[in-house]
Design a protein around this ligand. Structure first.
Ligand SMILES: Nc1ncnc2c1ncn2[C@@H]1O[C@H](COP(=O)(O)OP(=O)(O)OP(=O)(O)O)[C@@H](O)[C@H]1O
Ligand SMILES: [Mg+2]
Length: 306
């Protein structure tokens, strides 16, 4: 189990992590979701003792990382898959971890098999690895000590759809055996398929948390019409409050049948009408992302995308 309590981390007068509290439970995969610059990596860096908290605490299995007797055996960490020594082979990197943790030699081969790196790939230097291979190797390094807790920062970065499915199955198996998994992502859909619980962070603050089911099962209806404002007006005439999002989706707490009746009576052709599953979360996340982009935290990402 991971416990974060009232954690704040400031850099000068900038608050990167602002009074954050959440737990990641054993037997569950907890997704830590937030747009670029939200404070995910900072939280994780505090958690594994790479940077001290300004206020509050972060513990793993009830202890601060520095107090864990043999950290690699208790917690597997992947913070930056490209931080691996480029001149070493994958096998060498795993062998160093195996010796440091005092594990049997067989742990290296077992780990390579677990993360699906072939013998040829294992003997290649990391500089020649694809991003996906680096992620697999990084996950292998996190898993080799057979830890109880996994802390993975953007582990799905660079994985193709088959790789994401592979990771989902691996983390599912790990959690089903009682392990605790905390993984971060800036992509809602990526984390949606993997996580049991979600913690959503924006600009250093927690904006939502709960089980994936709770968060995705936001009640209400999503409807679209050629003229969103006409539909909005027709609903308002019947005393039903609705919102129109930037992409023209009309959302309301009324059920789909009521919305359909009102649209029919008003002569409005609907192009979409359905329960708003997850739309609330998606919209909140889009707003968060838009807000952080307005503040210019994602300059490099925008540059790269352009
Ligand atoms: N050492 C530091 N000095 C100053 N500011 C920092 C430092 N480390 C992080 N920050 C700032 O803290 C904020 C949160 O950064 P962090 O890396 O935690 O975000 P993130 O959620 O991991 O984002 P991403 O999805 O881009 O990885 C950013 O605005 C970042 O610039
Ligand atoms: Mg990060």
């Amino acid at each position: 189990m991971i416990t974060i309590e009232s954690l704040t981390r400031t850099y000068g007068d900038f608050t990167a992590v602002d009074d954050v509290s959440f737990t990641a439970e054993a037997g569950r995969v907890t997704g830590f979701l937030g747009p670029n610059g939200a404070g995910k990596s900072t939280t994780m860096r505090v958690l594994v003792g790479l940077t001290p908290p300004t206020r509050g605490s972060a513990t793993i299995l009830g202890r601060r990382f520095a107090e864990l007797p043999n950290p690699g055996r208790e917690v597997g960490v992947l913070l930056d898959a490209s931080a691996q020594h480029a001149g070493r082979t994958g096998r060498e990197i795993l062998t160093i971890a195996q010796r440091t943790m005092g594990l049997p030699k067989s742990a290296v081969e077992e780990t390579l098999a677990k993360v699906s790196l072939t013998a040829t790939e294992a003997d290649r230097r990391v500089r020649n690895y694809s991003l996906g291979m680096r992620q697999r190797l990084g996950i292998g390094t996190a898993l080799i000590g057979d830890p109880e807790v996994l802390i993975l920062d953007e582990p799905a970065n660079g994985l193709d759809p088959a790789g994401i499915r592979w990771m989902r199955d691996l983390l599912r198996g790990f959690a089903d055996q009682g392990g605790t998994v905390l993984l971060s992502s800036h992509l809602l859909h990526e984390i949606e398929v993997i996580a049991d619980d979600l913690v959503v962070i924006g600009q250093g603050r927690i904006v939502a948390q709960g089980s994936k089911q709770e968060l995705l099962a936001a009640a209400g209806t999503l409807a679209r019409a050629d003229e969103a404002s006409a539909l909005h007006g027709a609903l308002a005439d019947k005393g039903i409050a609705a919102t129109v999002s930037i992409d023209g989706a009309v959302r309301t707490d009324a059920d789909p049948a009521a919305v359909g009746q009102i649209a029919l009576a008003a002569g409005i052709a609907l192009t979409e009408l359905r329960p708003a599953d997850g739309a609330g979360l998606e919209e909140m996340f889009l707003e968060l992302t838009a807000a952080s982009q307005r503040e210019g935290h994602t300059d490099t990402t925008e540059g790269a995308a352009a």
